[in-house]
Design a protein around this ligand. Structure first.
Ligand code: GNR
Ligand code: NI
Length: 176
């Protein structure tokens, strides 16, 4: 097996973060290699989730691990072509962040519980209920596959302020 590589994460605004990603029609070694790189990149960041478009790959693949405690067992999950097939009426509010929008955080309201269906890295269909941070994270990641960022839930003025900060950050980074 090829060594895993940390890939650069795209920073908003970037046209690739606004595109709808394409479904994967095959679960092969290339997809498994990409998932490996995405786990490596997510844990290095560190983050609790990562979607392929964030590393510039416009395909429907996400990885997540919402276990935050240092001493707890990791729970890596890779999802190919994930779908939310049911949502609770009950909602919850989490302060969200995004690796593509560094150091910006805002409250986002979403369904508190969701049922997701996806293909795992062996090509087997999986279905599971998520709640708490896991439910928020899986929705945040699937949004990325549809070109949607958490700031799209904010009021336009707040979103614009964050976008301007990110434009400034990107400019500073290219000057260095
Ligand atoms: O690391 C992340 N933390 C986070 C916190 C609250 C809600 C969602 C997230 S996902 C984010 C990683 C990321 O940007 N995934 O796309
Ligand atoms: Ni994100």
């Amino acid at each position: 097996m090829r060594a895993m590589t940390i890939r650069p994460i795209l920073i908003h605004p970037d046209p690739r973060l606004k595109k709808v990603a394409a479904a994967l029609d095959d679960v092969n070694d290339a997809v498994r290699a990409l998932a490996g790189d995405m786990f490596e990149t997510m844990y290095d960041a560190p983050g609790i989730g990562l979607a392929a478009p964030q590393v510039g790959v416009l395909e429907r693949l996400i990885v997540l691990d919402c276990v935050k405690e240092e001493d707890a067992e990791p729970q890596p999950i890779a999802m190919i072509n994930p779908e939310i097939i049911a949502t609770s009426d009950e909602t919850s509010v989490y302060e969200e962040g995004c690796l593509s929008i560094p150091d910006q955080f805002a409250d986002v309201e979403r369904p508190a519980e969701v049922t997701a269906r996806w293909l795992d890295l062996d090509g087997n269909l999986q279905e599971r209920d998520f709640d708490g941070l896991w439910a928020t994270c899986v929705q945040h990641e699937i949004d990325h596959l549809n070109g949607k960022l958490f700031i799209d839930y904010l009021k336009p003025l707040r979103r614009q302020m964050i976008t301007r900060k990110m434009q400034k950050l990107k400019k500073e980074r290219t000057r260095e």
